[in-house]
Design a protein around this ligand. Structure first.
Ligand code: FCB
Length: 433
């Protein structure tokens, strides 16, 4: 076996990621909390409840973060806690996040702050969520309030986590709030609302940071996945895979780069619309990479594709195919499309309760990432998802993504073997093969 080390650039940053609703507990004023109360929506009837009780365990949990030798921590601020009713700002919630930022700063861990990670305040959802004409202005008010009240913290801001996953889940699949099952074209209205909200937030964050002479970077965490044809010789499968790739992976990103939303599903619908102030509103490309799908064409005008399960392929506990090469392919593609953009890896990880695949998963994905860097792709960091086991949305508590295992009855955290390996990699900025 070769002893050649896999070493990352000197200024490369190691990171882990979480989101508020998944770990903090009692997010009672949110649309997700409401959703969880409806029987049948979440696997095994799980409800987020106290989650990892992170709200009450800030200092202890940040101590655990220190053990991981990370330089950055990506987490989200919960809008539903900050603004539980329209224009009502909760001072206790703000004080809490202030404290979190303070403890992180003492620990010399840089925050990557996500402003929206899937959840909405219930009042905002009731008004129509992203389809509400006031949505962009209301989101802007929240962003302004947070930035000022927290005292202009942090350099890296993420407005939205996985906007396409959020909207496809909520408006097409109907599996997540607001639970609408529409044809693909039904995504356009909320998509526009969300893009407008981002555009306003992007400019406002920069304006506020400029006022206090701070340099910040604002962007998204995009969920990017590989779509390959079920049979590469089949032209229809290839067409279906490419169409899905363009619609799901790139249409949103290109809208932000060009300011024009173009979504084209041949024979079904097509939209091309300029969005005010949207052009060039991401300072980095945030990448969440997990898996690949194989796509088969279907002769059906409503659903022209089918996602095919790959037999005999290694999979995570959630059945997601493990495909590290896809990470390399995605990174290279971003680089080819947007050569000047620097990339943040905002999420990558797997559900593995037995912890017998995680170390290999991490090393294989890091090797793919390393290769991309060697070939010139500019990647600044790597955030493993997740720091702790947590509430995995519609899949409830069963999936175990954490470097730390959580016993939900006692709230005990135990560092997994793979977590130890990750912390060594972070300490050594790589490893020997
Ligand atoms: C991503 C989400 C994150 C978590 C992981 C497993 O799509 O951003 O909250 O659920 O998947």
């Amino acid at each position: 076996m070769s002893q050649e080390p896999v070493l990352f650039p000197k200024d490369f940053k190691w990171c882990v990621a979480t989101s508020a609703h998944q770990i903090e507990g009692y997010n009672t004023q949110s649309d997700w909390w409401d959703w969880e109360q409806i029987p049948g929506k979440i696997k095994n009837g799980d409800k987020s409840g106290a989650a990892c009780d992170h709200w009450n365990r800030l200092a202890e949990d940040i101590d655990l973060l220190k053990n991981l030798n990370i330089k950055q921590y990506r987490f989200s601020i919960e809008w539903a806690k900050i603004e539980p009713n329209q224009d009502v700002w909760d001072s206790e919630a703000i004080a809490h996040y202030k404290k979190e930022l303070q403890i992180l700063s003492q620990a010399q861990i840089e925050p990557i702050i996500t402003l929206h990670h899937f959840t909405l305040p219930s009042w905002f959802k009731k008004q129509g969520g992203w389809e509400w004409s006031e949505a962009p202005v209301e989101f802007l008010k929240y962003v302004q309030f947070v930035y000022k009240a927290l005292g202009a913290p942090g350099q890296i801001w993420i407005t939205f986590n996985e906007p396409m996953v959020h909207l496809v889940g909520g408006y097409i699949a109907g599996a997540t709030p607001p639970g609408e099952k529409r044809e693909i074209s039904g995504i356009i209205r909320p998509l526009k609302g969300l893009l407008q909200s981002h555009a306003l937030a992007y400019h406002e964050l920069h304006r506020l940071a400029d006022l206090v002479k701070r340099q910040i970077k604002v962007g998204f965490a995009h969920h990017l996945r590989i779509f390959d044809p079920n049979h590469s010789w089949n032209l229809l499968d290839t067409w279906a895979a490419n169409t899905l790739d363009q619609a799901f992976n790139w249409s949103f990103i290109e809208a932000i780069e060009t300011g024009v939303l173009k979504l084209n599903i041949p024979f079904m619908f097509s939209v091309e619309e300029k969005i005010e102030k949207l052009q060039a509103t991401q300072d980095f490309m945030g990448v969440n990479y997990y898996t690949r799908d194989k796509v088969k064409f279907r002769f059906d005008n409503k659903q022209w594709f089918e996602l095919v399960t790959e037999k005999n392929a290694p999979k995570t506990d959630m059945g997601w195919k493990i495909y590290p090469k896809g990470f390399y392919r995605i990174l290279k593609k971003i680089w080819e499309k947007f050569p000047s953009k620097s990339i943040l890896i905002t999420e990558n990880g797997l559900a593995d309760a037995q912890d017998n695949q995680r170390e290999k998963f991490i090393k294989d994905h890091l090797t793919a990432l390393h290769q991309a860097i060697q070939e010139g792709v500019r990647v600044e960091n790597y955030c493993y998802w997740s720091f702790l086991d947590n509430f995995e949305w519609i899949d409830g508590f069963a999936p175990r993504f954490g470097l730390f295992e959580v016993d939900y009855t006692t709230q005990t955290r135990t560092l997994r073997q793979s977590g130890k390996v990750f912390s060594q990699i972070a300490r050594d900025n790589g490893w020997r093969r």
